[in-house]
Write a protein that binds this ligand. Structure first.
Ligand SMILES: [Fe+2]
Ligand SMILES: [Fe+2]
Length: 387
């Protein structure tokens, strides 16, 4: 068999986390007006106030004894569950996807996933981190959404190790020197200063916590692959010096525009495609069974970043921005050339030998990440044009 990846052109178009003080928790759901009329097959998407339902879910997230409270009073989750069911069927409908429903699903999933990282905020925000209920919601969204994503790329296992090696080497060569995309050319040649600010706002959601997902795969037994991943992680984290941490460079860029440097400050600007990109990384890194796909995904990031960030850097220079407004891109253009090389030679290829029967999953991870990243990039370009 050969490995067949066919990217299908089927792309849909597409608020900061609140800390709920204890006193508010007792007031949750006391207002009858929060309860919605039943959603059924006749409901139109325009009838649903997704933001209101999401707010209700966020309140659930911060509820003391969530499990006990929803067991005692299942009505607490009824509106959310109805909307979730609707979004899962209409948002991920084979005949066409509903952007509002997709955004709702990705925002809910992100709100659960972000509990995996520590934000140095109120520890009470993590009370429900191990909730069975939230785990069930996460599973329902992820399994339906990942099934839906699998329609976008056709995958067949590669037969031989030699074919996997060739597939990886071909992709890396192309990733390092790609044909410029329409979005890349737009960023480089047309994006305005307002557009640049919008780019930073949307990218900050990941940029300010970048490489966090890599931390989730580093534990466990030591070997050459693990050591190299740790080395890359160490560089992403400035070798333990905050001023050199990559996210600090992102923060510096934001400061040049007097923008908010708090992570998630611009959460509301993130299109569903960008949230899907972040949620996909969580989906891969949080499951050991997905390790090879995660490696393929990370390989894509490290290999593709120099060319992608070159467009942003050139845009900054064209707009007459100083180095502090573009250093983040510059840093990655240099470092990720090295990281890409390490990833292919010292991580991906050794794993092909370690897992010969499953090695094709690295290529799967690479191709799927390429598709999801391109879709996110198109959504960012649309948002910038609107800005
Ligand atoms: Fe980085
Ligand atoms: Fe990197």
């Amino acid at each position: 068999m050969v490995l067949l990846f066919e990217v299908l052109e089927r792309v849909c178009y597409g608020t900061i986390f609140q800390t709920y003080p204890a006193i508010l928790k007792t007031q949750l759901f006391s207002n009858e007006s929060q309860m919605h009329s039943k959603i059924d097959s006749t409901t139109d998407v325009s009838d649903i106030d997704f933001q209101d339902i999401e707010d209700q879910f966020t309140q659930l997230l911060h509820l003391d004894n969530l499990e006990q409270k929803i067991n005692e009073n299942p009505a607490l989750k009824e509106d959310f569950e109805d909307t979730l069911e609707y979004a899962l069927s209409d948002g991920l409908d084979e005949s066409g996807c509903e952007p509002q429903a997709l955004l709702f699903l990705q925002r809910i999933l992100y709100r659960i996933n972000r509990l995996k990282l520590f934000w140095y905020d109120d520890l009470e925000n993590y009370s429900n981190e191990d909730s069975h209920y939230l785990f069930g919601i996460q599973n329902r969204i992820e399994s339906a959404w990942q099934d839906w994503e699998s329609n976008h790329i056709e995958v067949e296992p590669v037969d031989t190790i030699a074919e996997v090696r060739k597939a990886l080497r071909d992709r890396v060569a192309e990733g390092l020197d790609p044909e410029p995309s329409a979005e890349g050319l737009y960023f480089r040649n047309e994006m305005t200063k307002t557009g640049y600010r919008r780019l930073l706002a949307i990218a900050s959601l990941d940029g300010l916590v970048e490489a966090s997902q890599l931390s989730r795969v580093l534990g466990g037994v030591g070997n050459e692959v693990q050591s190299m991943l740790t080395r890359i992680f160490s560089e992403e984290y400035g070798k333990g010096i905050l001023a050199r941490k990559h996210s600090t460079y992102f923060s510096t860029m934001l400061k040049q525009f007097n923008m908010d440097t708090r992570p998630e400050a611009y959460f509301d600007l993130a299109p569903w495609e960008v949230l899907a990109n972040i949620n996909h990384s969580f989906f891969l890194c949080e499951r050991k069974r997905n390790f090879l796909r995660y490696i393929g995904s990370l390989l894509f990031f490290e290999v593709s970043v120099p060319a992608a960030f070159e467009s942003y850097k050139l845009a900054g220079e064209r707009l007459g921005l100083g180095p502090e407004a573009t250093d983040y891109w510059e840093l990655h253009i240099k470092e990720d050339l090295r990281h890409g090389r390490w990833m292919v030679d010292d991580v991906a290829l050794p794993l092909v030998d370690r897992y010969p029967d499953l090695a094709w999953e690295i290529v799967w991870g690479y191709d799927q990440q390429q598709f999801i990243s391109a879709r996110a990039s198109q959504a960012i370009a649309r948002s910038i044009r609107e800005a």
